[in-house]
Write a protein that binds this ligand. Structure first.
Ligand code: AMP
Length: 507
């Protein structure tokens, strides 16, 4: 494709960001490609496939080996990029990012990939995850003169990468940088002549390697991105692994050879990842169907139909139906055009917001004993609304089943669960939740049942939101202390960071 003249630092114009969210949101998707003449276009399609992982902002950085070409914007991928913009993103390598902010407020300056031009050349980075020692590292770097331009924790990684190389050269800078950061990170990094992929030693977030028919390497948060661009899946990036892709091909460095504890976020299987993705050699759709089958084995209910809460409950409801023999009905019809920018919520508007997304085919449920299946209950709003509409339509009984255990704890590794006080299961007994939902019965999948459905051992997962065992320590008090010192020094960014720190601690 013929490209237009370059615009090395062009930036997307901000679009309306005044969204109001009725429940918690997704986090980030990353993509990278090395060695393809249509790198930017392929990144665009890759990001399209990763849109479910973040809808607040997106960006692409490409390189022709000399310059970086950048475009970022607020909103959805197809609204940020068009043919004209993609033509300005020159070069055969690129990285891209879709973002929902888990740290840093939501504005264009925080949109990724982040770029810097430093003594080592140009570096761009896209980050999925959440660092648990961000405040302390930032404090340390600032005290040594680093000047930060954003409020996202990912910028810390850029600063660490920009530090002068020690005697070990480039690879040891990379290793030293990733050994300083803690928490969850799947990274794509672009330099003028390399694409680099990194996964934290616990492997909290997914990252896979694929290959195009022309030999170009691709990296993506989820394998569904490979399907669209017809890349062949090669393998997952291993926890703790750094893959460096350049003209010599792909080489791999293990930055944490001593580390053995794995902690993949099981909620990726339960809810976040797309069902057409494969993670650790297991297809997400199949895992969710197996969760539904397991749910049926654990909660045998006499009912006439099984109804999913679309789309999140689809696979588990199907599994329940297959295992129990109770017919599956898509009684809720989803309005696919419900965007994210709702009217400001008065109670009147909020009621409509909940109902506009799903409409019930009343005829299917009238007089019936209905099981509804969803993947999770967080605040309880969604399930309560579904039970209400089923009962209003004349369902005789409504049984609520959830394809994971109760969410008891917030996530500090990148999933936006609300603070503990807003987690339904953390503050209410089982019976109180059932009554709140107005359900005839309520059942959750057991922790063992959920893990069994993945086919992987329990100790390969992070289960903190269920069992409170956080694989990487975090010290909210230390963060608080640092942020307070920063606030005492005054200044807008300090205040902003302090506000974020409160949000990020989630405790
Ligand atoms: P709630 O109404 O707060 O109980 O939300 C539960 C619904 O939100 C379920 O249908 C889930 O599929 C979905 N959900 C759960 N966790 C998240 C999350 N972190 N981000 C976005 N949606 C979520």
């Amino acid at each position: 494709m013929q490209k237009k003249s370059p615009s090395p630092s062009g930036s997307g114009s901000p679009q309306s960001a005044g969204h109001v969210h009725s429940h918690p949101k997704h986090y980030c998707g990353v993509f990278g490609i090395y060695g393809h003449p249509n790198a930017a276009e392929l990144t665009y399609y890759g990001l399209y496939q990763l849109q479910h992982r973040g809808q607040e902002s997106a960006g692409i950085v490409s390189t022709d080996g000399r310059q970086f070409y950048v475009h970022r914007g607020m909103g959805l991928v197809p609204n940020i990029f068009n043919g004209e913009v993609l033509h300005t993103l020159i070069g055969s390598s690129a990285i891209g990012h879709t973002r929902y902010s888990t740290t840093g407020s939501s504005n264009l300056v925080n949109a990724q990939p982040l770029t810097v031009d430093c003594g080592k050349g140009k570096i761009a980075i896209g980050h999925n995850g959440n660092l648990t020692n961000a405040a302390a590292l930032r404090e340390e770097l600032e005290s040594r003169g680093s000047i930060f331009q954003t409020t996202v924790d990912s910028e810390i990684i850029v600063h660490l990468l920009a530090l002068p190389a020690g005697s070990g050269g480039h690879e040891s800078t990379l290793i030293n940088a990733v050994r300083r950061i803690e928490g969850a990170y799947s990274l794509v990094i672009l330099t003028e002549n390399e694409l680099i992929g990194v996964r934290d030693p616990h492997g909290f977030r997914p990252l896979s390697i694929g290959r195009m028919s022309n030999g170009a390497f691709v990296l993506a948060s989820e394998t569904c991105a490979f399907d669209l661009i017809q890349a062949e899946f090669i393998r997952d990036v291993e926890p703790g692994e750094i893959v460096i892709i350049d003209t010599n091909g792909l080489r791999s460095v293990q930055a944490f050879p001593e580390h053995t504890r794995r902690a993949f976020c099981i909620f990726e299987y339960v809810y976040f990842a797309r069902p057409d993705s494969n993670i650790s050699n297991r297809n997400v759709y199949r895992v969710r169907v197996d969760m539904g089958r397991q749910l049926a084995r654990e909660h045998r209910i006499e009912a006439d139909i099984v109804v999913p809460v679309p789309d999140s409950g689809n696979c588990a409801a199907l599994g329940y139906s297959l295992e129990s023999g109770i017919p599956f009905e898509m009684a809720f019809v989803r309005n696919h055009y419900v965007g994210r920018s709702f009217l400001q919520p008065s109670q009147f508007i909020r009621d409509f917001n909940v109902r506009v997304k799903l409409n019930l085919i009343g005829d299917l449920v009238r007089g019936k004993r209905v099981i509804i299946v969803d993947d999770s209950i967080v605040r309880g709003t969604t399930s309560k609304a579904r039970v209400t509409s089923l009962k209003e339509a004349g369902a005789k009984e409504v049984h609520v089943l959830v394809s994971c255990p109760p969410h008891m704890n917030p996530c500090v590794y990148g999933i936006d669960f609300p603070e503990r006080s807003k987690l339904m299961a953390a503050t209410n007994t089982h019976e109180e939740i059932r009554r709140f939902l107005n359900a005839d019965s309520l059942g959750y999948l057991s922790l063992d049942g959920m893990v069994a459905a993945t086919g992987h051992p329990r100790n390969s997962f992070c289960l903190a939101c269920y069992d409170g065992q956080y694989p990487v320590a975090f010290d909210p008090l230390m963060d608080k202390h640092i942020m307070e010192r920063r606030r005492a020094r005054g200044g807008g960014l300090g205040l902003e960071l302090a506000a974020e720190s409160r949000h990020q601690r989630l405790l």
